[in-house]
Design a protein around this ligand. Structure first.
Ligand SMILES: Nc1ncnc2c1ncn2[C@@H]1O[C@H](COP(=O)(O)OP(=O)(O)OP(=O)(O)O)[C@@H](O)[C@H]1O
Ligand SMILES: [Mg+2]
Length: 295
């Protein structure tokens, strides 16, 4: 029997607000709910993912900065992994009058704060930035079912080391003109490094904040999704994420749309999970429901 090693999923996008952190977060939460241990890596100095997860970084908390700038003897990578706190009904009810209690027992994160920006200097001088993160996490990834990296939006060394750590790349792109432009730039980054990373591949493109009126997409949504499909081909088009305040509320409340009674909004996340399932170690792959994709 072939023992699969833990895959690393990276959400890529060379523009702000394309849904990188949202897809990373919701995919990890979904897999965690199924019983799969997930390690998030927040590779963005804006540290949205760290705050979306409700993780507090204190002054002396070791973060991804230490992982990148120090070696294993100086900062053992295990010391940088933090558990994601559970969501208690009280903190949730304070926002929305809802009583929700969510266990995050399967979720872990190597957090970041704005000091992570300094990692770019070390990466620039190392000459090995493409492989540094991949090499640094190699000794611990098999403690998890999947690793999910959330990179920054610009073409920085941090974005490059995130790309290089990835086995499966997902490009979320807003369903508008800016999203199409971000997709074009991100595809050129992926193509530039693909031959250096022959075992990594693009899983697909997720149109983000797609607008629907009744049963029809708006003109802008339809034309941008059509253009995305022309760019990558229909096989790499993943289902869109709808524009919805439920997602924003879920992020603020540190839960998922499913916890707010809207599991249908997570369809695109379920399909991503289904597509990565074959790369997961078998005991975790079988926890992911497989459905017939409706084309
Ligand atoms: N389905 C949705 N509908 C509307 N807004 C959403 C939805 N999902 C997430 N958002 C909001 O969209 C914003 C941008 O999303 P996100 O932070 O995931 O993008 P990003 O690509 O990670 O951005 P950055 O490049 O700044 O890191 C967030 O503020 C989030 O609250
Ligand atoms: Mg982000």
């Amino acid at each position: 029997m072939v023992q699969m090693t833990t895959p690393t999923v990276v959400t890529l996008g060379l523009a702000g607000g394309q849904g990188k952190s949202t897809v990373a977060l919701m995919l990890g939460r979904y897999l965690g709910r199924l019983g799969i241990p997930v390690l998030f890596i927040d590779a963005d100095p804006q540290s949205s993912l760290t705050s979306f997860l409700g993780v507090k970084v204190e002054k002396n908390t070791p973060t991804l900065l230490e992982v990148i700038t120090q070696n294993e003897d100086q900062t053992p990578i295990l010391n940088t992994i933090m558990p994601v706190p559970d969501v208690e009904s009280d903190s949730a009810s304070a926002h929305a009058g809802l009583r929700i209690s969510v266990s995050n027992a399967n979720l872990f994160v190597i957090p970041s704060d704005d000091g992570l920006e300094n990692a770019n200097y070390k990466l620039a001088s190392s000459g090995l930035s493409l492989f540094l993160l991949r090499n640094r996490i190699a000794s611990i990834i098999n403690n998890f079912g999947v690793v999910i990296v959330d990179p920054p939006p610009e073409r920085s060394h941090l974005a490059q080391t995130s790309l290089g750590a990835g086995d499966k790349w997902i490009i979320p792109a807003e369903a508008n003109v800016k999203g199409v432009q971000s997709l074009i730039r991100t595809l050129s980054l992926v193509r530039e490094f693909q031959s250096t990373l022959p075992t990594s591949s693009l899983l697909g493109v997720t149109p983000f904040r797609a607008r629907w009126v009744g049963s029809n997409p708006t003109k802008a949504t339809r034309s941008s999704i059509d253009t995305m499909e022309q760019l990558v081909g229909s096989d790499l088009m993943l289902p869109h994420i709808l524009e919805s305040d439920v997602f924003k509320n879920a992020i603020n409340l540190r839960v998922s749309p499913t916890d707010l009674g809207q599991p249908g909004l997570e369809y695109s996340i379920e399909i991503i999970a289904e597509k990565i399932a074959p790369s997961l170690p078998q005991q975790y792959a079988k926890l992911i429901p497989q459905r017939q994709e409706i084309k």
